[in-house]
Design a binder for this molecule. Structure first.
Ligand SMILES: Nc1ncnc2c1ncn2[C@@H]1O[C@H](COP(=O)(O)OP(=O)(O)OP(=O)(O)O)[C@@H](O)[C@H]1O
Ligand SMILES: [Mg+2]
Length: 175
């Protein structure tokens, strides 16, 4: 369907860690098994803090969510299972392949991937991409995008939930 190919994109500025966490929570509360969130962007952009917010939305304690640097994948049990993957340290594609990452996309649980641009191959079209960009010391721009029907449904609902609580940034303003 042509409609599902059109990308929906929504961007916000957050001026504190707390606001980034809150934004993650607004996404997290909506998620169900099979949803995939691909986080990309600057080093220190706030991916892990954002994931803590997603966790809160899934009724998982945010303190449980730490950068899975040594384990690569952390698993949390909440309203749904959360698989938190971080591909930062992996530059070698064969190493990534050996992790059988595809298994996490089977639809059992929610998958959040930090440094998702290092994922070998294509992520499913349902994936929601979140790009986190450092604007200044305390300000981050988070841009959400997706083109699949499910992704669009989530992003439209996100927009309604956030309302005027955060400043929305039109795409053209960032170019
Ligand atoms: N508005 C903000 N939102 C999120 N983090 C912020 C914000 N302002 C400042 N920060 C700081 O930026 C850093 C973000 O760290 P975090 O670990 O979440 O980033 P990351 O993108 O996961 O990093 P990495 O690329 O190493 O995985 C923290 O030190 C946090 O205190
Ligand atoms: Mg991180």
């Amino acid at each position: 369907m042509a409609l599902s190919l059109q990308e929906v994109s929504v961007g916000y500025l957050t001026t504190s860690v707390e606001k980034t966490v809150w934004l993650g929570q607004q996404l997290g509360v909506q998620l169900i098994d099979g949803d995939i969130i691909a986080l990309i962007g600057d080093l220190g952009g706030g991916k892990t803090w954002f994931t803590k917010g997603v966790a809160i939305g899934l009724e998982i304690g945010p303190d449980c969510v730490v950068s899975p640097t040594f384990t690569l994948v952390n698993e949390h049990k909440g309203r749904h299972q959360l698989f938190h993957i971080d591909l930062y340290r992996l530059s070698d594609t064969t190493e990534i392949m050996a992790l059988d990452l595809e298994d996490y996309l089977s639809g059992e649980g929610i998958v959040v991937i930090e440094w998702a641009d290092r994922w070998p191959g294509e992520l499913p079209e349902e994936t929601i991409q979140v790009e986190l960009r450092m604007v200044d010391e305390h300000t981050r721009e988070l841009r959400f995008s997706g083109s699949h029907l499910r992704a669009k449904e989530i992003l439209m609902a996100l927009r309604e939930r956030v309302g005027i609580s955060l400043k929305e940034i039109k795409k053209s303003e960032t170019c």
